[in-house]
Design a protein. Structure first.
Length: 106
């Protein structure tokens, strides 16, 4: 089950960092659930272990995807807005121009 958790979370991170839409998780989750069921049938696990394995197979890719999307967005915004960045002046000019245009329109 640890392998399912690690594989699911790592693949969710991969999909999140590669800017795939969240809809790509559905076929992958179905594949992981099928593998988890096959593993449970082969090893003869009980109903509780099968349920826990299926829960892990469904949740791990979603958590990995969510964490990767949040981390990528945070790192991207942080890189753009850092003082040494070549885009920092452009971001500042854009936000200043935007604030001036909204105050002039009001």
């Amino acid at each position: 089950m640890i392998a399912v958790l690690i594989f699911g979370a790592a693949t969710g991170v991969f999909f999140g960092l590669r800017s795939f839409s969240a809809s790509v998780l559905a076929p992958f989750i179905l594949l992981v659930v099928a593998v988890a069921i096959a593993k449970s049938v082969v090893t003869g696990d009980g109903a509780g272990a099968v349920t826990l394995g299926l829960l892990a197979a469904v949740v791990a890719p979603q958590i990995g995807y969510f964490a990767a999307v949040i981390a990528a967005e945070y790192l991207h915004v942080r890189a753009i807005c850092s003082p040494g960045s070549e885009h920092a002046g452009a971001v500042a000019r854009t936000s200043i121009a935007r604030s001036r245009s909204t105050s002039a329109a009001a």
